[in-house]
Write a protein that binds this ligand. Sequence first.
Ligand SMILES: Nc1ncnc2c1ncn2[C@@H]1O[C@H](COP(=O)(O)OP(=O)(O)O)[C@@H](O)[C@H]1O
Ligand SMILES: [Mg+2]
Length: 324
Amino acid sequence: MILSNFIANQTVHEKYGGVVPELASRAHMQNIVPVVDVALKEAGVELQDVDAIAFTQAPGLIGSLLVGGQFAKSLSMALNKPLIAVHHMQAHVLANLIDEPRPSFPFLCLTVSGGHTQIVLCEAPNKMKVIGETIDDAAGEAFDKSAKLLGLPYPGGPLIDKYAKEGNATRFRFPEPQIPGLDFSFSGLKTSILYFLQNAGTSLVYKEEFRATDEERKTFIENNLADICASVQHRIVTILLNKLKKAASETGIKDICLAGGVSANSGLRSAFEEAGKKHKWNTYVPAFQYCTDNAGMIAITGYYKFLDGDFSDLSVQSTARAEW
Ligand SMILES: Nc1ncnc2c1ncn2[C@@H]1O[C@H](COP(=O)(O)OP(=O)(O)O)[C@@H](O)[C@H]1O
Ligand SMILES: [Mg+2]
């Protein structure tokens, strides 16, 4: 049971249109002690009562990972409690085990966030493998970069979702990439949206003669925002769902989960539920607060590693990238 899942959001990045790593680690340093204090208070436990200290070891922004890693090591040493290094992507998947109903093993998980897009085959809490992933942008990045092209503030994913609700998803047909196997690609979509806007909707292929003035482009976006957002979202969602269906049919697995910040997307959720009904899947999506980056998912992963006695010593290193 999760006793507290307190999150300190960093608003400092908004005006830069993306996360600034240096500012992120500084804000992390300022936040980490107060956040732990609030979490303990909310949970109603003393620091001495915890059984182990779990922390995100990888992957991510190295400055922020180092702040969390050093803090966790210090706590573990001072309290003489086991230290548990957690992989962020494993944690996103295991967010599905926090609340009832839980998927049974083996299950598939489509993890979609601002940094990752993966299909994971999970055989046990500590036994999973990535069977498909993006070869370029992540799904969240595809949302955020499309939003940026439309002049929407960062992170634009939730705004595309909002405007898409009013729009016609089949009005503009952005291309679906032909990538073999279970891998994804989103960079072509971004380019076609760029050209489409540069041409003020006249063509998906860049042609000098179609090039619109800034004014024409702005007016086109203003007049068609809902349809553009709905069409972009529709394409991102079909790219994701088509690969997930392929994974399900190739593995024969029927328990299928979503995870990561993009699983908050209403278009993805409804397409996922619809596919579930059609293909007789048992579908699972974590509660919203466990989809975006959160402490609860690190805690549940720590819990399963604790049961397996999978502890780290103080020499464990934080890393920006990590295979798993
Ligand atoms: N409703 C939504 N529709 C589309 N994208 C969304 C929605 N809500 C959040 N996102 C996207 O989720 C991503 C953040 O995912 P998250 O897992 O919290 O962070 P990270 O990628 O840092 O691990 C961002 O790209 C954001 O735009
Ligand atoms: Mg994440």
